[in-house]
Design a protein around this ligand. Structure first.
Ligand SMILES: CC(C)(COP(=O)(O)OP(=O)(O)OC[C@H]1O[C@@H](n2cnc3c(N)ncnc32)[C@H](O)[C@@H]1OP(=O)(O)O)[C@@H](O)C(=O)NCCC(=O)NCCS
Length: 95
């Protein structure tokens, strides 16, 4: 799931694969499909739990960087980290 927060900003609000189907590239495929739909959006971000290494590795492999840690993000007493997509075309301007 994602939400358009502004014309230039999308927040990915949810990514869940059924436990019986995890680890079979479905989460990666869903993210790639979402990012293809959002390829013209300059700012794409999301939050995840800092201990959720599976999710963090997946997002990093797709170009997201770890950012700010926010305590008690959902009011559940747990922290979350913000991850932001670095668009390859924006990173290539130095070449
Ligand atoms: C996070 C989640 C969406 C990933 O979906 P998935 O279909 O299980 O993941 P994939 O099979 O597409 O794997 C994608 C990447 O995740 C990581 N990964 C997958 N299984 C992993 C494991 N057992 N241990 C560590 N990393 C793992 C790897 O980086 C993998 O990339 P690779 O295949 O190149 O190694 C899924 O595990 C899930 O629904 N988890 C519970 C809900 C959740 O945490 N959602 C994210 C909240 S922001």
């Amino acid at each position: 799931m994602y939400e358009m927060k502004a014309p230039d900003h999308t927040y990915i609000s949810g990514l869940v694969v059924h436990p019986d189907a995890q680890g079979r590239d479905i989460g990666r495929a869903a993210m790639i499909k979402m990012l293809e739909e959002l390829k013209n959006v300059p700012i794409i971000d999301l939050v995840t739990h800092p201990d959720n290494m599976r999710a963090i590795k997946l997002y990093e492999s797709l170009g997201f960087s770890l950012g700010e840690r926010i305590e008690n993000y959902y009011g559940d007493g747990e922290p979350r980290v913000v991850m932001t997509l670095n668009h390859p075309e924006q990173n290539s301007t130095s070449h």
